[in-house]
Write a protein that binds this ligand. Structure first.
Ligand SMILES: Cc1cc2nc3c(=O)[nH]c(=O)nc-3n(C[C@H](O)[C@H](O)[C@H](O)COP(=O)(O)OP(=O)(O)OC[C@H]3O[C@@H](n4cnc5c(N)ncnc54)[C@H](O)[C@@H]3O)c2cc1C
Length: 422
């Protein structure tokens, strides 16, 4: 079977122009939802495009179900405040740790918030291509949902896909990985229920996979509480590329095998009465592909707790750079070098260098690998999304592009909306 890319074919067809909005947000993770909600609050017409059945991205379909930095859950902007308040009202947060939540409820909370704000939501719809002119302006995105390929026209686009799908389709400059050449490792999240020992537990049949006999032989495994009588397990799967079809396929296959091997170890060797409840539908991706922006946020900026003239969001989490080429509990930096002071994220790192009307937020924003290892978490992702949404809405209203917006105006709105920048 030939799976090389040596030959190119030319593919083109006419596509119905079905959707039009001021702002198109591509990707409905925490960054995309926050961007869409913030833009809608500013009065913009917003369409959010999400390839899966629910929004929330890594936090829901990736099973992450936890907010970091749990010491800084205040001052993250009104969208995050609303999400937190709704989760609390549902009694769906605070499982063992104050920041662990029920991710199925988060999915409901996010969709209802989007709908209340008047955001048009397209689910099961993937952005597959775009039309970009020679100045770097994206005029239309090409979507593919169950109705087939259709176009979405917007004044401003925000790429919140995590893998920079929009920017890559436009041919903009992107970066991935760090000095090892690999992205931060993926991890699979799965969930077990505690059962009485006389209840039936699933077990690994003889001859399947590679049973693990000693704890030191396990891949890095973290175990979290997941509500009453249940745990979440996180198993590290390094050295795969989330932007390559075959590599991502291999990662998912390996991850499901490792899930079973780890579960088998805990049942058989440690005697845990754990029954496999479910596995998240997609492997957890820490780093996909970052879009090169007008500024690339650097680890030195984080270490210095840098304040920027155009600082529109804040990060607080440690440098969580899991070693990309090792499945153990190892980090790129020594343990005493992980902590950083609160730092700012500049507006320029949310504007695509090669684009006119393209911003980004969340784990595909413009940063080096170690800076991303901190700023990728849900809290700063939400703040970046809100800042991008506010900027895009100002641009749509003024009839200019994000570079025509005074960062002071964005900062003022971020602050008014309960975002702390220092
Ligand atoms: C294993 C693991 C553990 C983590 N632990 C924590 C933690 O404890 N606390 C914390 O705060 N953070 C944690 N993180 C990080 C955090 O979960 C993510 O970085 C963050 O949620 C990313 O948000 P995002 O919106 O940038 O991207 P994502 O959540 O990845 O959202 C991207 C969205 O875009 C959609 N999409 C992608 N491509 C397309 C396309 N072409 N068309 C349409 N839609 C598309 C996806 O389906 C997805 O919904 C963890 C991450 C991992 C992987």
């Amino acid at each position: 079977m030939n799976t090389s890319c040596a030959e190119m074919i030319n593919w083109q067809r006419e596509v119905p122009m079905r959707y039009e909005a001021d702002i198109a947000v591509i990707g409905g993770g925490i960054a995309g939802v926050s961007a869409a909600c913030a833009a809608a609050k500013s009065g913009a017409e917003v369409i959010l495009v999400e390839r899966f059945a629910v929004t929330g991205g890594m936090l829901t379909t990736g099973g992450v179900a936890n907010f970091c930095d749990s010491d800084y859950l205040d001052g993250l902007g009104e969208v995050f405040d609303r999400i937190l308040a709704d989760l609390k009202e549902w009694n769906a947060i605070g499982y063992g740790k104050k920041s662990c939540f029920h991710y199925e409820i988060l999915a409901v909370v996010l969709q209802e918030l989007l709908l209340r704000r008047g955001v048009k939501l397209l689910l099961h719809t993937r952005l597959v291509d775009c039309v970009v002119d020679s100045s770097g302006r994206i005029t239309e995105g090409v979507l593919c949902g169950k109705s087939g390929p259709e176009a979405l026209r917007a004044k401003q686009f925000i790429d919140c896909t995590g893998e920079a799908d929009l920017a890559r389709a436009a041919g903009f400059e992107t970066i991935k990985g760090g000095s090892s050449g690999y992205q931060l490792p993926m991890s699979l999240m799965y969930f077990v229920r505690h059962v009485c020992s006389d209840e039936v537990e699933l077990h690994l049949p003889d001859g399947w996979f590679n049973p693990v006999e000693r704890k030191e032989k396990l891949p890095m495994t973290s175990i979290w509480p997941d509500g009453p009588g249940a745990n979440a397990l996180k198993v590290k799967i390094p050295m795969y590329d989330s932007t390559d079809t075959e590599s991502l396929t291999s990662a998912e296959i390996t991850a499901r095998r490792r899930m079973i091997e780890v579960l088998d170890y805990y049942q058989r060797v440690e005697g845990k009465s754990w029954h496999l409840d479910h596995c998240s539908p997609i492997i957890g991706i820490r780093e996909g592909c970052r879009i090169v922006g007008d500024y690339v946020l650097k680890v030195e900026d984080l270490r210095a707790g840098r304040v920027f003239e155009d600082g529109v969001a804040r990060g607080t989490y440690k440098l969580d750079g899991h070693k990309p080429d090792d499945e153990g509990r190892t980090y790129i930096l020594p343990k005493d070098k992980l902590k950083v002071p609160p730092y700012q994220i500049p507006l320029r790192s949310l504007i695509a260098k090669d684009g006119k009307n393209v911003m980004m937020a969340g784990r595909c924003f413009s940063a080096d690998q170690l800076a991303l290892s901190s700023a990728r978490v849900a809290t700063s992702g939400s703040m970046m999304g809100q800042a991008a949404g506010i900027t895009a809405a100002l641009s749509a209203k003024k009839g200019c592009d994000p570079r025509g917006i005074d960062p002071e105006d964005v900062k003022e709105i971020v602050t008014e909306r309960h975002g702390k920048l220092a």
